[in-house]
Each structure stands twice: as C-alpha cells, then as structure tokens.
Design a protein around this ligand. Structure first.
Ligand SMILES: NC(=O)c1ccc[n+]([C@@H]2O[C@H](COP(=O)([O-])OP(=O)(O)OC[C@H]3O[C@@H](n4cnc5c(N)ncnc54)[C@H](O)[C@@H]3O)[C@@H](O)[C@H]2O)c1
Length: 251
C-alpha cells in the first residue's frame, strides 16, 4: 500500500532534503512552506522521483493555514502516515538584552505557534485514522541553550516540551511523536548566521562545541537518513525520543 507524508518548512534545507529522501522511499507528499517559489521547486524535484507531490502555501504560525495543509492531505489521501514538522526561523546572533520584541515574536510565531498548530491539526487527523507518526524538528539549542541565540533556544526548548507532552498524551492512540535536534547543519540558515557573525565580529560567550570534524558543519543528508528511518516501520517502538544529530555539540 502507498504511504503519504506531510512536510512543513519544505522549501529549502533540511525540509527539501527530507522531501526528496521520502520521495525516494516511495512516499506521496504534501509539502507546505511560506516560500512558494522554492516550495514549488521541491515538489517538482519529488515528482521527478516518480511520486505524487503537491506544494501548498502556508504560514504555519497562522492557525487557519496549518489546518488547511492537514485538510488538503486528508482530502487527497485516505491516510497520513508521517508528518515532519520542520519549519523554523532564527534571529541574528546577539545577547539577550539586545533581542527586540519583533525578533522574539518572529521566533515564537514560527517555532512555537507553527509547531503547535501543525501538531494540533495533525493529531486530530491521526486520532481519526487511529495511527500515525509525527516528528518535530527542534535543535541542539532545544537541549542546551546556545549563547547568542536566547529566544531561538527558548522556542526550540518549547518544541521539545510539545513533543514530549504529545508523546505521552497520544501513545494510547497509537500515535508516536519523536524529535530530531539538529546542530550545525550546512543550510541557508547556518550560512546567514555565519555571515552575520563574521560581519559583526560577534563572538559567542560560550561557543557551540562540536566534537566531530573539529566543530565543522554537517550536511543535510546526515539528517535525512534519520528522517527516512523514522518514517519507516523500523522505528515502530520509538516515541518521545529526543534525537541529537549535532556532531557532539550538546555533550
Ligand atoms: N541548519 C541547522 O544547523 C539547524 C540546527 C538546528 C535546528 N535546525 C532546524 O531545522 C529546521 C530546518 O532548518 P534549515 O536549517 O533547513 O533552514 P532553512 O531556512 O533552509 O529551512 C527552514 C524552512 O522553514 C520555512 N519557514 C520558516 N517559517 C515558516 C512559517 N512560519 N511557515 C511556513 N514555512 C516557514 C522556510 O521558508 C524554510 O523553507 C528548522 O526548524 C531549524 O530551526 C537547523
């Protein structure tokens, strides 16, 4: 039987890489993002792998948008097997007393409200179908606060909190909820942060300390292999797990 996955935050980076990986694994896909141009491109790349893939515009921090993504998937497919809640934003590296209300709101909107709304409507769909697997993307900053990223760290801790609550509340409904915590993966997000740090000569009071590769960055495909495993039945006894893929950054 064919399998279906929904991925939010799928236009670029880890989301796009995960979409292509799941297409290669044979999943039909519903892909959402607020970046339509790159999101449509991700869908095209997935269709080239021989599966069905639709892109839908959604600002996941808006409840109606999150609901629309899940409704689309429910109407098109008989069930949703896997949901990767991946959208995320970060603020420029700065100390806590320098972070503006606007930057705080921006991070809360996507990272907390976006995750909550995605989770809420996907749980409703999976309760109806009496089965499902949800993976939230947090961060190494959701395990150990990363200096210079105060509000981002706070929002990514919230993602872990939501995942653990949901894992406990819905295990009896055959719905699993796990969390991936990437750290230092080469994407547009890390490129932008690196450029800002160089330009402003920002030095973290306590730097992130990856042990592998002398602190060098990881690649998107070092996350997508884990996504592929989690989306498969091989992960069937896992729920509530917080999985680090960060080169040792959180040790
Ligand atoms: N790259 C890393 O080192 C790293 C480390 C820790 C955590 N993460 C997390 O991994 C996830 C993917 O990040 P990435 O590195 O691939 O960066 P990225 O910027 O390439 O991807 C983030 C995606 O989320 C989308 N997005 C953001 N806010 C949205 C919203 N409100 N509604 C819909 N789409 C939205 C963006 O358009 C983009 O496509 C994020 O949650 C990020 O916090 C990444």
């Amino acid at each position: 039987m064919r399998k279906t996955a929904v991925i939010t935050g799928s236009a670029t980076g880890i989301g796009r890489g995960s979409a292509i990986q799941l297409a290669q694994d044979g999943f039909d896909l519903v892909l959402a993002d607020w970046n339509t141009k790159d999101g449509e491109k991700t869908a095209e790349l997935c269709r080239a792998e021989g599966v069905l893939a639709d892109f839908i515009y959604a600002d996941m921090g808006i409840e109606k948008d999150a609901e629309r993504v899940v409704d689309f998937a429910r109407n098109k497919y008989s069930k949703i097997d896997f949901y990767l809640n991946n959208q995320g934003v970060v603020h420029d590296p700065k100390l806590l007393h320098e972070i503006t209300e606007e930057e705080a709101d921006y991070n809360i909107h996507t990272n907390i409200k976006g995750t909550f709304f995605g989770l809420k409507y996907m749980l409703r769909a999976m309760l109806e179908q009496e089965k499902g697997h949800i993976v939230l993307v947090s961060s190494s900053s959701g395990i150990r606060s990363e200096t210079g990223f105060g509000m981002y760290s706070a929002t990514k801790h919230a993602v872990v909190g939501l995942a653990q609550d949901a894992a406990m509340e819905y295990a009896r409904n055959n719905i699993r909820v796990n969390t991936i915590c990437p750290g230092g993966i080469m994407t547009g997000m890390t490129e932008k942060i690196g450029a800002y740090m160089m330009q402003h000569q920002f030095v973290q009071p306590k730097s992130a300390a990856g042990l592998l590769r002398e602190g060098g960055l990881g690649e998107v495909n070092e996350i997508t292999g884990l996504v592929s495993f989690l989306a498969s039945e091989k992960s069937s006894f896992m729920t509530g797990a917080i999985l680090s893929v960060d080169g040792g950054n959180t040790l």
